[in-house]
Structures are given as C-alpha cells and as structure tokens.
Design a protein around this ligand. Structure first.
Ligand code: SF4
Length: 554
C-alpha cells in the first residue's frame, strides 16, 4: 500500500501541514514553525502522525480509515515507498500561496474553507524563508515547489517575493505555478523565472468557459497565457494550457478551436483532463481517452489522480539497449515511467536523444505499432549529463491507446528513434511482468454436481509491484455474480464479469449467460502468486458459493 503524501509536503496558506490536497485535508500532520521553540521540519516529518502513516502503509492498513478510501492519492496496489524519511527527498512541496479567489467555480471547496479555516489567508515570504531554510539545514532535497491549493495563488499580493525566496534558498528546484490566469502577468509574476506555468482555461469560448469558471474572463486568461509564453519560454520555461473536460465545454467544435488557439499561441502543451466531478464530460471519459479529436502532437490527455488508483506504474530498472542503428552516431533513450491504466492505455514518459536530428520515437510491440512519442518536454538535464547531445526538446510524456498486444516478457518493447526520413536506431526494453498461460483448466473441487459449472483461465500476468491481471471466463447453470480468487486461504480479490464471451455458449449450449468473461487487475496480496501455488476460484451467486475450482500454476 502506498500514498503520495510520503513524498509530498502540502502546506496551507496559514502554515498548517495537511494530509494532501484532497479528502485528507481534514487530517492535520503538523504546521510550520511559529517560533524557535516549535518542532523543526525534520521533527514534524517524524512525528506520531507521520509515523502512523508509515506504519499503516507498511502493514497494508489505511492510515486514516474512512478518509484514505475517499482520497485521490490512495494507492492500495502500489508497494510501500518512503522517500521523505529514508532519503530526505521531497518530490513536491505544494504551497497554497493564497486561500483567496475571485472566481466561484462550483466544485471548489474554497468558500467553505474560507469560512472554516483560521489563520492567514496568504502564505508569506517570511514563512517560506523559514520553512525552506529549515529543510535546507536538515539536508532535504526538494525536486519541485508547486503553487496550488484551494485558492488562487496569484491572489497573494507578495507572490513574486515567494518565487524569489524559493529561488534564493533552493536555486535548482523546479517551480510550478497553477493559476486560473485571471491576472495581470507583469504584476503577479513580474520578471521571476518559473519553470512550469500551468494556466487552467476550461473552454475556448467565454460562454462555455464561464459555466464552470464562474466570474472568470477567458480574454484575461488568454492574455495571461500569452504573456507567460512571451516571458517564460525564451528562458526555457514551459507553459501549459490545462483544459478540464466538462459537459459544458466538450463539443467537438470547441475542442478543435482550443487546439487551433493553442497552436497559434504556441503553448508548450495543451492538456485535456478527465474530471471526476458530477459535471464531468460524459462524452470524453477515462474509459475512452482516445476518442478526443486530436490534431496536434503537443496535446496530452490526462486524468484526475483519482483515476490512477489501480493503474500499474513501472519505473524500469534498466535503460533500453540499442539493437540496431549506425554505431558512429550516438543515440540514447531512457524510459522514466510506464503507467498501464485500468482501461488498457499506456502512458510513457522519458527522453531520447541523438547526434542526428530526431523527429519522434515509434513504439512497437510484437511487430505491431502501438503509437508515436512526440518530443514535447524540454530536458536540459540530459545535455548536462551527456554533453554530446545539443537538443534540449528531447522528452516525451504521451498517452498511447490500448493496443492489440499486451505488454509482457517475450514481447519486448521496441523504441525506434526516427528522423524525418528514416529510423536512426532501435532500442529494446523488456518490462518487468511475468506471464503464466496455464496449460490446463482449473479442476472443480467443491459444489453441487447437479449444477453444471465450467471455467477457464486464459492468462495470468504478474506485475513487478505484485498486482496481478487475470483473464478468462466462468459460467454456470446457476446465475453467477462474480468469481472470488483465494490463494493459501487468503482472499486476493474478486473477478467481475465484464467481457461478453458468446463463443463459450456455442461450445457449451447448456449455458445461457453470455457475459461470462473477466479481465481484472487485482491488487498485490499478502501472498505472492508464483508457479507452484494453487489458486482457488470460487464461483459465487448473490447468495453463496456455487462451486470452487482449483488451478495449479505448475
Ligand atoms: S490516502 Fe490517506 S494518507 Fe494518503 S494523502 Fe490521502 S488521506 Fe493522507
């Protein structure tokens, strides 16, 4: 079990440190120092509340029952990891620079928080200097500082001072501002460098934009976006237009217009983001991410973090190795992260560089093209590590559609580094997934023999994080509701019937139910599943177990 909070520090405008920016906002983990007698940050990060989170997650318990289950950052399938404590690395400090906001977006908790939270409405540069100074003295590395919370960061009248203070104490740390853009860029950012500016503009037309961004002006937001592009891009900053998909802004006309404008403005990226709110787009959802009409390679499809709960994240241990290409030309590729979503789409981020000019990377699995990775992320770190490369725009971060082939051993991922004319080199990477295709069908070991039941397991995939994906079918003369998998008397999870398997009924005419297939991802269990173990599958009706089948993985 894992959670982002162990690599994130979420600080409110009044200096409170809360259990991240979602349902966990109701759990206080401490606060910034008010006086020299208060605990320093290292003591806070090791207080009883942080220790409760660590102990609970390590032992597969939810740290805050009835809170974590509702929290977008809860990762029940991920193995426990704890950067903050072990390595003193904070991936992200999220600062709520201000709790004030002039907009009245209907799903935002801003108004309630203004009424219920005590203390300062604006995080001050003095608080910032003390917090970062404290972290520095305690030898913490900080990878990024993000200005975002339940208010609009640029409503903080001293916002440029916050940026400057952070730059002075942690000069190499990436700073990211997430804003509604209804501000004067010169007054709120001034000449400060911001590595990532994300402007939330949910719409391309004022009429639909203001349905969610109530009291917002799209003209002001576009002006801010353009000013950010003019000021930050020449310095190496990236500027993102973030467009959350709602029912009110998801016409094809509007999505195409946003892309046209994004191209005209020269935004670094345009993100279309699936929302989890009631008014989310029902046309373009997490389950059909590639139906969005995309016209430009800088468009990225993303989803609210709550959708990632059961995704499988693989951080490859090794770099892909070169298998073809002219050896006189230096080429390299690194895959930072692969996220295999529940819906089958794959997010891949990393970088590729070469002495030859590259146009994109094509991913192939089993000789089938899965998709292209466009270079849309500036990666100055690559040139610093490998001075032979001069191209800075060498990073990719793309969502590829579900492909006909699943990614498993023996089906190596081939990355073709392509120029405009041809393939410069090919690199291969074998992801860490074990596959078992059982050589026999499960045996029935319990159940009323007068009721015909059958089942078949097509494939078991075991991922490095311990989660397993099982596909197959089960059918019965009795009405089944689901299949429960048990290994060594411990319940691993339930397999729901989500796949129609009409061919089964053709072969076994005794069955009338067509929706008999499953293809489920189950979280890592206390027992690891490996060859030699017996899996027990209980075919269940609404009331009881109809039959049990056993499968020996040998
Ligand atoms: S899942 Fe639980 S521990 Fe993690 S951020 Fe949410 S509330 Fe906090």
């Amino acid at each position: 079990m894992n959670c982002d909070i162990l690599s994130t520090l979420y600080v409110k405008s009044n200096g409170e440190i809360l259990c991240n920016d979602d349902f966990g906002e109701r759990v206080s983990l401490g606060s910034c120092r008010q006086s020299a007698d208060d605990p320093d940050i290292h003591q806070t990060l090791n207080n009883d509340r942080y220790q409760n989170i660590r102990e609970a997650l390590k032992n597969d318990r939810t740290p805050w029952p009835e809170v974590c289950e509702n929290c977008s950052f809860f990762r029940p399938d991920e193995p426990y990891s704890n950067d903050l404590h072990q390595k003193r690395i904070i991936q992200k400090i999220q600062i709520e620079a201000s709790l004030a906001c002039a907009l009245k977006c209907p799903e935002c908790s801003n108004l309630i928080q203004i009424k219920t939270r005590s203390g300062g409405r604006h995080f001050t540069p003095e608080m910032m200097a003390d917090l970062l100074g404290d972290l520095k003295e305690n030898h913490y590395q900080i990878r990024s500082i993000e200005y975002c919370g339940q208010g609009e960061p640029l409503n903080n009248p001293r916002f440029p001072e916050l940026l400057a203070t952070a730059r002075k104490i942690y000069p190499d740390t990436l700073q990211r501002v997430i804003t509604n853009g209804n501000h004067d860029f010169a007054k709120t950012i001034n000449s400060e460098y911001v590595e990532e500016t994300v402007v939330s503009i949910d719409g391309a037309f004022q009429e639909s934009y203001e349905k969610y961004r109530v009291k917002g002006s799209i003209a002001k937001a576009f002006k801010f976006l353009n000013d950010a592009i003019a000021c930050q891009k020449p310095k190496g900053g990236i500027v993102v237009w973030k467009y959350v998909l709602f029912e009110t802004n998801d016409s094809e006309k509007e999505l195409l217009e946003a892309q046209r404008l994004g191209d005209e403005f020269k935004v670094t990226r345009l993100w279309f983001v699936h929302s989890h709110t009631k008014n989310r787009s029902k046309k373009y959802t997490y389950d059909n991410p590639h139906t969005i009409p995309i016209q430009f390679s800088n468009v990225k499809i993303d989803s609210h973090p709550s959708y990632f709960r059961h995704a499988i994240t693989i951080n490859p241990d090794e770099a892909p190795h070169k298998i073809t290409g002219n050896d006189s030309i230096k080429c390299m590729i690194a895959v930072d992260r692969l996220v295999i979503h529940e819906n089958g789409s794959i997010n891949i981020s990393g970088w590729a560089n070469s002495q030859a000019k590259l146009s994109h990377v094509t991913l192939e699995v089993e000789d089938q093209e899965v998709g292209d990775l466009a270079f849309v992320v500036r990666r100055p770190d690559v040139g610093k590590l490998y001075p032979v490369f001069t191209e800075v725009l060498c990073g990719f971060d793309s969502l590829l559609p579900p492909s006909a082939v699943s990614i498993k051993p023996g089906q190596v991922m081939n990355f073709h580094l392509c120029s405009d004319k041809d393939r410069v080199a090919t690199f291969a990477l074998a992801p860490q997934v074990k596959v078992i295709v059982p050589s026999q069908v499960p045996n029935r070991i319990a159940g009323d023999n007068s009721v015909v039941c059958l089942m078949h397991i097509d494939q078991v995939l075991i991922y490095k994080n311990g989660s397993i994906s099982i596909s197959g079918w089960a059918n019965s003369q009795a009405k089944l509701s689901h299949v429960t998998l048990e290994v060594e008397d411990q319940e691993v999870g339930d397999l729901a019937f989500t796949v129609r398997r009409p061919v089964i009924n053709e072969h076994h005419s005794v069955f009338t139910e067509v929706l008999s297939g499953f293809n489920s991802l189950l979280p890592p269990s206390a027992v690891s599943i490996k060859p030699g173990q017996v899996m027990n599958f209980h075919l269940c009706s609404d009331k009881d177990r109809v039959a049990t089948f056993a499968l020996d993985l040998n």
